[in-house]
Design a protein around this ligand. Sequence first.
Ligand code: SF4
Ligand code: SF4
Length: 248
Amino acid sequence: MNPKLRIAYQRYTSCGGCQLTLLNCERELPLVEKFFEFAEFPMLSSCNDSDCSLDVALAEGSITTPEELQRLLTLRRRSRILIAVGACALSGGVNALAENRDILLSDIYGGETLPSETFPAQPIATFVRVDGEIPGCPPEGSDYLRLFGTLQQGGLPTEYAVPVCMECRLRENRCLLVDGKQPCLGPVTRGGCLARCPSYGAICEGCRGMVPEANFPEHFQLLLQTGLTATEVRGRLERFFGRYDEGY
Ligand code: SF4
Ligand code: SF4
């Protein structure tokens, strides 16, 4: 058997939900442990090696402080493969929602000087090369298991090219956008979640990022037909898609 791949899971500005999803794979983790050595994973163990070289690093969260940036640069130097995990790491996620950061800081901290310097939330790829990604807020457990299987075979994760709608139709859900006139983002969002939210009657919010070849001009018009204003549509699309082609 090949030697185990040495792996680290580091967290930056995030809620920790992505790594919790991994730890919730309780049945599969003993098998994963046969092929991977978790050298650094603070939510998993209090015994961590933050200096060793790594085969794989998983990075969760967006970068918002100079200290996080230094930690990320060090992680990149230590790692042969770096995987960005979850919407915060891929697009800035919920951390990047604040439209006016100055107002937010003054409302929350009352104009006091913060104990440490911060800057607007940035995706990990702004600063370092990323070799692969798993999307979602949080990702599915199956995303992690597919990743581990691929890495163990010497590969890297490939982009998932199927929209949420495809999986939603396979599950024979009633369409919330066409039938319910609700602003679902399934047509422009990459799948892999088995249409989790629409299957519970909740619209897709786009947390897995945009599917390749998403038709934003067409979807923009469909969202307007649900009663949203153009500003509201833009707000919804920018939440997890960052810059997208509106087609105008
Ligand atoms: S992507 Fe979502 S679940 Fe993961 S850390 Fe960010 S907010 Fe939490
Ligand atoms: S409910 Fe949403 S995800 Fe499902 S088919 Fe309709 S638009 Fe697509």
